[in-house]
Each structure stands twice: as C-alpha cells, then as structure tokens.
Design a binder for this molecule. Structure first.
Ligand code: HEC
Length: 215
C-alpha cells in the first residue's frame, strides 16, 4: 500500500525537477548563479520598461512621461498663497508677519536676503546689486514708499513678482520671505531714507520736450 501511494508523488517530483532544468535552460545570458524567481522579473533595473520624463510616455496617455500635478490638488504640507499678482493691497491689509523679529528669524532673513535678493537689490537694499549692470536696476528698498507699506505688501512683491522681478515663490518658502521682511525692516531702521526713484517720463511728454528743445 505505501509503495503504491508514493508512486504518483515521485512522478510529480520528477516533473517539477524537469521543469526546473528546462527553465534554467531559458536563462541563457544571465550571470552565473542569478536566476529570476519568476518570468518577467528584470534583474537589471536599467533595462526595465519605465516612465522617463523626457521620453515618450509608455502608457500612451501623454506626449512625454512628464507629469503635472492634477488640477485643483494640493501637495501634503503645502500652503498655497491665495493672492493674485495684482492683489498687493489686499495682501497688505490682511497678512500679518507670523514670525517674531527674534535674533534667529533675523539671522535667517539675512541669510536668505544675502543668497537670493542681494544680487539685484544690493547689500543694503539700495538697488545696486552686481547684476544691475546687465539687468533692470530695482528701486531702493529704503524709500519712504516701501517703509510705509504694511508687512504683507512687502511680503507679496517677491512672492508674486513685480514687472521685471519674477516671482520667487519657487526658490524660497513663505518662512524665508517673512524672515526677509523682518531683515528689510531692520535695514530700514539703520539706513537713511532713500529718495523716491525718478518717475518714468510718459512717452508723449518726452516727445513734446524734445520738439521744444529743437526750436
Ligand atoms: C533678478 C533680480 C532680482 C532679485 C533676485 C530680486 N529682485 Fe526684487 N526687484 C527687482 C526689480 C528689477 C524690481 C523692480 C520691478 C519693477 O520695475 O517694478 C524689484 C522690486 C522689488 C520690490 C518692490 C520695490 C518697489 O519699490 O516697488 C520688493 C519689495 C522686492 N523687489 C523685494 C525682493 C526680495 C525680498 C527679494 C529676495 C527674496 C528680491 N526682491 C529679489 C529685481 C530683483
């Protein structure tokens, strides 16, 4: 009885062994001792089908593998800035600096200012940064106009950008800019008030002046 019962079991074992031999035979080209544990398991991650940002999308849904966040979604921990570019006044009226002007916050503001803003706005906010030889010169941050702005408005300008100054909200976060606001206030308390920048002459007035000068 025992012998008869073990015969099918032996046959099964032989079949499994034969299959194992066959499947290792298919793995030609693999380094010695490396056997995929199932079909389609790529050992070399470099050669697997995958989404690459600059290449064609393997799922065929888009032109490339690059993905934009879904419209209307917010990343975890993200805090989107609610004011549009032309809402500086509203930002000024509604926003308060959430950070105290502590030595740590001022030190952070100085660090951010001297890494991000200084190239254009200059070491003391006078608008004489190194790149202003080639790019538009910003007005001084020490003018009475900027001193009179509420903190929220001073925060809003670099957040959303203004004319030739692009938005900085991708380079720095809100804590960075609020700290810079404290640091600019500190510079304003130490520096003399800068004269208002000359108003750009309207094109028609400039043309009239040129004609008069020619007479
Ligand atoms: C690439 C050069 C550049 C950088 C970097 C830059 N700015 Fe500006 N910024 C400008 C220019 C140019 C203007 C003037 C724009 C205009 O014509 O209204 C300006 C305007 C401003 C104004 C408004 C001034 C006014 O009187 O209207 C504020 C405030 C300001 N910048 C703050 C910052 C802060 C804070 C940073 C750093 C986080 C920064 N900027 C970085 C170029 C720059």
């Amino acid at each position: 009885m025992r012998k008869a019962a073990s015969l099918p079991a032996l046959t099964k074992l032989a079949a499994v062994a034969a299959l194992a031999v066959l499947s290792t035979g298919c793995d030609l080209g693999l380094p010695a001792g490396r056997t995929p544990h199932r079909e389609g398991n790529f050992l070399d991650m470099g050669s697997q089908p995958k989404l690459k940002p600059q290449r064609k999308d393997i799922f065929g849904a888009r032109a490339t593998g690059m993905m934009e966040p879904q419209a209307g979604t917010v990343a975890k921990g993200d805090d989107p800035y609610p004011y549009a570019q032309n809402e500086a006044d509203r930002a000024g009226a509604e926003l308060k600096n959430p950070f105290p002007a502590s030595p740590e916050v001022l030190a952070h503001g100085k660090f951010v200012y001297e890494n991000v803003c200084i190239a254009c706005h200059g070491p003391k906010g006078a608008g004489d940064g190194h790149v202003t030889a080639l790019f538009p010169k910003p007005p001084s941050l020490m003018t009475q106009k900027v001193r009179d702005w509420p903190d929220g408005q001073l925060f809003h300008r670099p957040m959303r950008g203004q004319n030739s100054m692009p938005s900085h909200s991708r380079q720095v976060d809100t804590k960075d800019i609020w700290s810079v606001v404290h640091y600019i206030r500190k510079m304003q308390s130490e520096q003399p008030v800068a004269p208002a920048p000359p108003q750009p002459v309207p094109v028609q007035a400039a043309a009239a002046a040129a004609t008069q000068g020619g007479k």
